[in-house]
Write a protein that binds this ligand. Structure first.
Ligand code: FDA
Length: 390
């Protein structure tokens, strides 16, 4: 019998295993995949954006916005950074405090696996679980490697994004088996697709990337957006996608850093002969202007522009409203929004409040971080917390 079985050898599962191992617990991690930490390896374009200098509860989406606070403060970005520095892994900061490996995401995975070895954690790959039952003193599991039993069982099987990399709904099924509530899931940090009519108008813009601000209800992000032949992507769109609900409209400001009304009125005062299209091409790609602004307006000489026309063009560029068709779905999503209801879980231990000995950590929970290292930090923090109690 093991003391602890952790299902899922990803970010949170490995962190939990290390911490439980440190306490002298006999730990076994099992995973159906042929390799541990696949998402770590593919993250951040192969450089793993492993945390962020600024981590706040506001950077997470959850039905219970307070739930993540305790874990994030008990095992913070500084704690993870200390381990990265102890292993002398070179890293650098990019915009918005995002921390990436200089060399490779492998450095992070190797660090975690080295720690696992140090604390004699057994990792069994290619090991799917067929059945799982509560017993008097823990849990029994029927796996491809036979029957296993354990005192504590940790579900660290992540979300649904990128099924090709081994994502499954296993964690949600376990929660359901034990009658725990699940907040409905959807793809997050994911590109959005055009409606058919918009596709005709905008597909030709594919490849254009510009700084913009995107807002939807209480979400607001000022970063790049990218036009693709399928729809919109880029960091600002990925961020807002986690908030966006199908059927709803996004508001996009394509010139977030300039008072365009003042700018155009100023040009008008200078009695410039240029038409609006030529002038605006100083600020935005011509193709984009053509697709978004009325042709008659673009051809209008700036010196003859009325205030109304200046306002109209400003509205078209700074308050572009677009109703996406859908998201690209789990195939390309970085995360899953929703998951096991945090109200079912102790924020101190990550244990189920109703099933003694059962723990949930990482992305399987209804805690979804922004783009920028927040999801890994949640995996480290929640895994660390459970590791102290399993
Ligand atoms: P994780 O997905 O890491 O691990 C789950 C494990 O469970 C996997 O090993 C899987 O094989 C296993 N498993 C699943 N079903 C199972 C079953 N039925 N039986 C047995 N095992 C099973 N975040 C971030 O902060 N910075 C970044 O740079 C990126 N980049 C990034 C890129 C891409 C392409 C993706 C898809 C995601 C990211 N993320 C990210 C998100 C981040 O990878 C993610 O939030 C964490 O890996 C979640 O950690 P978990 O431990 O919860 O799940």
């Amino acid at each position: 019998m093991d003391d602890v079985i952790i299902i899922g050898a990803g970010a949170s599962g490995l962190m939990c295993a290390i911490e439980a191992g440190k306490r002298g617990r006999k730990v076994r991690v099992i995973d159906h995949a042929n390799k541990a930490g696949k998402k770590i390896l593919m993250s951040g374009g192969g450089r793993c954006n492993f945390t962020n200098y600024t981590i706040e509860a506001e950077n997470y989406i959850s039905q219970n916005p307070h739930f993540c606070k305790s874990a994030l403060s008990r095992y913070s970005q500084w704690d993870f950074l200390a381990m990265v520095e102890h292993y002398k892994i070179p890293y650098h900061e990019r915009s918005h405090g995002q921390l990436f490996c200089d060399c490779s995401a492998k450095d992070i995975l190797n660090m975690l696996l080295t720690e696992c070895r140090k604390y004699k954690v057994k990792i069994q790959l290619n090991c799917p679980v067929d059945k799982l039952e509560k017993t008097d003193n823990g849990f029994s599991l029927t796996t491809s490697m036979g029957e296993l039993s354990t005192q504590s069982l940790v579900i660290a099987t992540g979300g649904l994004s990128i099924p090709k990399m081994g994502a499954t709904p296993f964690g949600y099924q376990v929660a359901e088996q034990f009658a725990m509530n699940i907040i409905p899931t959807k793809a997050g940090l994911v590109p959005l697709t055009w409606q058919d009519v918009d596709k005709k108008q905008f597909a030709g813009l594919s490849g254009i990337a510009i700084p913009a601000s995107v807002s939807y209800k209480n979400g607001y992000f000022a970063e790049n957006i990218l036009f693709t032949h399928r729809g919109l992507s880029g960091p600002a769109i990925l961020q807002i996608s986690s908030y966006w609900q199908p059927g709803e409209t996004l508001l996009i400001n394509l010139l977030p850093n300039i008072n365009i009304i003042e700018w155009l009125k100023n040009k008008r005062q200078q009695s410039l002969k240029n038409n609006l299209g030529t002038l605006l091409a100083e600020l935005l790609p011509k193709k984009l202007l053509k697709a978004l602004v009325d042709q008659s307006l673009l051809q209008q000489s700036v010196s003859n522009c009325s205030d109304q026309q200046i306002e109209a063009v400003t509205q078209q560029l700074q308050q572009w409203t677009i109703k996406p068709n859908a998201t690209e779905g789990y195939r390309t999503a970085e995360v899953t929004v929703g998951g096991v209801d945090c109200d079912e879980i102790s924020s101190k231990t990550m244990a189920s409040k109703s099933i003694p000995g059962l723990y949930f950590i990482g992305e399987v929970l209804d805690v979804t971080g922004w783009l920028g290292g927040y999801n890994f930090q949640w995996a480290w923090s929640s895994g660390w917390c459970a590791g102290q109690f399993v």
